[in-house]
Design a protein around this ligand. Structure first.
Ligand SMILES: NC(=O)c1ccc[n+]([C@@H]2O[C@H](COP(=O)([O-])OP(=O)(O)OC[C@H]3O[C@@H](n4cnc5c(N)ncnc54)[C@H](OP(=O)(O)O)[C@@H]3O)[C@@H](O)[C@H]2O)c1
Length: 383
């Protein structure tokens, strides 16, 4: 068997999701039945050298399943860097992973692309569509790989849900409702917190919106009967203001998928918990698809018959829970990135840039129609 292609990562920032992503790079790929690609971490960049070093030291002491990669040298050459730019300029780094707050994504991704690096950027891709379009233009001009890190797309459950829809058993989709809600106990958080501070892209829309959106893209936009793949229209929006900082506590928007004759309502909420048994409900002519919470990493979905006897006859439950041995579930996207870069692709077919653009445009529409302090905020495109 040929040796796996090893992708060399540079990690930007040392916060929560960067930690989880880097831990998952250390998990044995065989736990995911992967043997063609592997990952090493070449550099970690932070605004402080101390934080970068602490991040690496903590990873080196991580328990299983992360200790597997440490023992096999995935962190042996990892350099701590006192600035992000040093990571972009590191000739040993193939691809940069960006885990900074959303209002920093554009400038961080742009600097990495301009330094000639492939880029994977956390969701939501950018603050607004103008920023994203500039990144896409730079990546295309420089023939570099660029992808939004929507991990859910790469989970086994996402492929399984799409297989059910492709089988035709549920028939034509009619109505969709998806929700990502979490009671963040906002009163206990300082107003400087990423979720509350407008300058860091606070509010539920940008932080949580990618997840009701990803299922709308996978189940409706990519539905086999949606042949023209016309971007759905945003036909209504509403936001509730969180008074301490003026960001959105709740956002709702309605999408129309004209060719399918289907409509969907998408919701985010920072004040209450998701309904465990159904974060996503896709109602179709012959039966319904119900995906359990949490929508960013659901384990289980159900196929549910209608009350009438026509169509799907029996309820069935499908469990794709990601086992602890596979880590947090972020390595599936990393494997896909490695394959794309190995094969010289500049875009990931599973997470196309056009689909990131569509979702980004929904966020722009909801924000600009709303009443939050971020309504008229502009991103850093062109700067
Ligand atoms: N895929 C997922 O499941 C998932 C989950 C959570 C979050 N996210 C996304 O990942 C991004 C980061 O979220 P997070 O929860 O990891 O945030 P976090 O814990 O606050 O970490 C963000 C990091 O960004 C760096 N940073 C640079 N400029 C900053 C500034 N002005 N203020 C604060 N931090 C700054 C800091 O690292 P240094 O000090 O090292 O520079 C900080 O540790 C967001 O876009 C979020 O939407 C994705």
């Amino acid at each position: 068997m040929a040796a796996p292609y090893t992708l060399r990562w540079g990690i930007i920032s040392t916060g929560w999701i960067s930690t989880e992503f880097t831990e998952d790079l250390l998990v044995d790929p065989a736990t995911r039945n992967v043997n063609d690609v592997a990952h090493v971490v070449e550099a970690v960049g932070s605004r402080s050298l101390e934080s970068a070093q602490k991040f690496i030291d903590k990873l080196k002491a991580a328990p299983e399943p992360y200790a597997w990669g440490v023992a096999r040298g995935a962190l042996d050459k990892t350099k701590a860097r006192a600035s992000y730019q040093e990571v972009y300029d590191d000739p040993d780094v193939d691809v940069v992973y960006i885990g900074t707050p959303v209002t920093h994504h554009h400038k961080d991704a742009k600097a990495a692309l301009l330094a000639g690096k492939h880029v994977v950027c956390e969701k939501p891709f950018t603050f607004d569509l103008a920023e994203l379009d500039e990144l896409i233009a730079i990546a295309r001009e420089k023939k570099l790989f660029l992808m939004e890190a929507v991990w859910t797309r790469f989970h086994p459950i996402s492929y399984a849900v799409q297989d059910v829809l492709a089988s035709g058993v549920l028939g034509r989709p009619r109505r969709y409702a998806a929700d990502f809600s979490k009671d963040f106990k906002l009163e206990t958080k300082p107003i400087s917190h990423r979720l509350l501070a407008p300058e860091l892209g606070g509010g539920g829309l940008l932080d949580m919106g990618p997840y009701p959106s990803v299922w709308a893209m996978l189940t409706l936009h990519q539905h086999p009967l949606n042949t023209k793949r016309t971007p759905p229209k945003v036909v209504n929006t509403y936001q509730t203001i969180y008074s301490r900082t003026g960001v959105d506590a709740r956002s709702r928007w309605v999408l129309e998928f004209e060719e399918l004759g289907a409509e969907g309502i998408l919701m985010t909420d920072m004040l209450c918990q998701n309904f465990k048994e159904g974060a996503v409900v896709l109602q179709c002519e012959e039966g319904d698809l119900v995906i359990e919470s949490p929508p960013q990493k659901p384990g289980v979905f159900h196929i549910v018959p209608h009350e009438e006897v026509d169509g799907v006859k029996e309820r069935s439950t499908h469990d794709y829970t990601i086992p602890a041995a596979q880590g947090h579930g972020l390595a599936f996207e990393a494997d896909a990135v490695a394959r794309c870069i190995r094969d010289g692709q500049t875009e990931c077919p599973r997470m196309p840039l056009d689909e990131s653009r569509i979702v980004q445009s929904w966020f722009d529409a909801v924000r600009k129609n709303g009443r939050t302090v971020m309504r008229d905020m502009e991103g850093t495109a062109g700067k």
